[in-house]
Design a binder for this molecule. Structure first.
Ligand code: PLP
Length: 394
């Protein structure tokens, strides 16, 4: 859809990236399986360039199944264009690699998703790129950390596990004043709860695996840019990396995405209900959820986001390992596992203490991350309540 038709998000979700009239009236974009694409003539073959948007030249460069998904994500996030890759982690790696060279310095939020950190501390380090972690709540003071060789600022808001909100407009203003690009992991918000380019971001990354797909059955990543120039910069990197997401996965992502708005409304509402219940519990020290009025990031969340997803954490009062195991091993509805964003609820213990370097995480209680799925929240509360009871019997 063209940006000239400023329809509501719910409407755009239903219609973005669909060309039914081109495909015999079929509602959903068809799945084109391809490696080789045949050309009718030498002239056509010679015209084929992988960098021409929408041009079908070779399976790895994409088929209409992927292009239509990319069109939809770009429309929803409000960017110039999108490139889809085979996982969220691949999106992060390719987005960062597109902008760095040996000798560069990059600024990365201390609250970032762990695999991003792993990329910086191993691969980037090996190639002479220095990563400096910064306090996620730094805001405009990021200006003091920018050097002449700073290539990019990496943001993630709210942060993985600990959910600090970042002042993205303040960070973007400071970075742009020095000609530095701002890249954001926007996965928590999905493509619809935060408009990253209106906040000043240059490149927005999504782990489509989470809410875009929404059904816990596909790995997918997206990189959306504000400008055509940035899209081409990222595209060159992806071509070098040889990443190619399969058409079946793109199809499932398209299908999952159509219900994103209604799913997120429920994730938001049920998540807050569970979060508010946790606030009343003696087993709980703190709830980390930016949509709660007392959360330190609440004002920024309210200013920059149009809703909350279903992912947040809480800090438990100190418990012994056997107690924790007795609670977690016997949950009836909450599954234990990595990832999130599907229709089902998940519970995951973690400890950010050893991960942080720029800031200190000194809550001496286990951090529990919850993904509140589409079950009735009262049943989820009952499941957590029974779990807290089991702490006493271990
Ligand atoms: C899961 C996740 C990713 C990585 O996505 P994958 O598809 O699992 O590779 C990136 N960023 C955040 C914030 C995530 O939660």
């Amino acid at each position: 859809m063209s940006p000239k038709s400023p329809k509501h998000t719910e409407t755009r979700l239903v219609h973005a990236g669909r060309r039914s009239s081109q495909y015999h009236g079929v509602v959903n974009p068809p799945v084109f399986h391809a490696s080789t694409i045949l050309f009718d003539s030498l002239a056509e073959l010679e015209k084929a360039g992988a960098s021409k948007p929408g041009k079908v030249t070779y399976g790895r460069h994409g088929t209409p199944t992927r292009f239509l998904l990319e069109e939809a994500v770009a429309d929803l996030e409000g960017g110039y264009g999108t490139l889809c890759v085979s996982s969220g982690a691949a999106a992060i790696t390719n987005a960062i690699l597109a902008y760095v060279k040996p000798g560069d310095h990059i600024l990365v939020t201390d609250s970032t998703y762990f695999p991003t950190r792993n990329l910086c501390n191993t691969f980037l380090k090996k190639f002479g790129i220095e990563t400096e972690y910064y306090d996620p709540t730094i805001g405009g003071d990021i200006a003091g950390l920018i050097r002449d060789n700073t290539a990019l600022v990496w943001c993630e808001s709210p942060g993985s596990l600990t959910f600090e909100m970042q002042d993205i407009p303040a960070i973007s203003n400071a970075a742009h004043a020095r000609g530095v690009k701002v890249l954001l992991d926007n996965t928590w918000a999905s493509p619809i709860l935060c408009r990253p380019f209106e906040l000043g971001v240059d490149v927005s990354v999504q782990a489509g695996t989470k809410y875009i797909v929404g059904h816990s059955d596909v790995m997918l990543g997206s990189i959306t840019t504000k400008t055509e120039e940035d899209l081409l910069t990222v595209k060159k990197q992806i071509l070098i990396a040889g990443d190619a997401v399969g058409p079946d996965d793109c199809y499932l992502a398209q299908r999952g995405m159509r219900t994103l708005a209604v799913r997120l409304k429920q994730h938001h509402e049920s998540g807050l209900k569970v979060a508010n219940w946790l606030l009343t519990r003696p087993e709980v020290k703190r709830v980390l959820h930016p949509a709660l009025p007392d959360d330190p990031g609440h004002a920024i969340w309210k200013r920059d986001f149009s809703g909350a997803s279903g992912l947040f954490s809480f800090v438990m009062e100190p418990v012994e390992k056997p107690q924790l195991a007795n609670m977690l091993d016997n949950m009836e509805l909450f599954g234990m596992g990595f990832s999130w964003g599907g229709f089902e609820s998940l519970i995951l213990p973690s400890d950010p203490t050893k991960i942080r370097t720029a800031t200190k995480w000194d809550e001496n209680g286990i951090l529990i991350r919850l993904h509140i799925g589409l079950e009735d929240p009262d049943d989820l509360i009952a499941d957590l309540d029974a779990g807290f009871e089991r702490l006493k019997t271990a």
